[in-house]
Ligand binder design. Sequence first.
Ligand SMILES: [Zn+2]
Ligand SMILES: [Zn+2]
Length: 132
Amino acid sequence: MEIILLKAVLCRRCGRTFYICQSCWRGQAYCCDFCRHRSQREAHRLAQQRYRRTVKGKEAHRQAERRRRMQGAEKTVDDASSTPVIVHDRLPQRHPFTVPCCHFCGRVGLVVEHFPRRGYGRRFSGANYTSF
Ligand SMILES: [Zn+2]
Ligand SMILES: [Zn+2]
């Protein structure tokens, strides 16, 4: 019988600890796509804010505002409300939280500090595997 190994990972955005099994592990740094997208967006927004604080950015912003006003009632998509509320409530709930299970596939397993290398002979394929 196969023993599922789980690893505890700290989400870089929301700081939650989640477990991930060896077969789902791809070096994830976020607990879910939501956090991943979110933090990419936040990084993007921070860059924009920084830009807006510069004189040039302020000018560009003002002109954009003026243009928007001249175009009248144009529909603007609000960032926050257009974000679907997802994933955080869709965790695998089959097991109570006291039992560590994979955040992605929901399998219960044994928590280890690091995943052992996979079997000899079967080399870890993929040059894009990054170890931290
Ligand atoms: Zn998260
Ligand atoms: Zn899994």
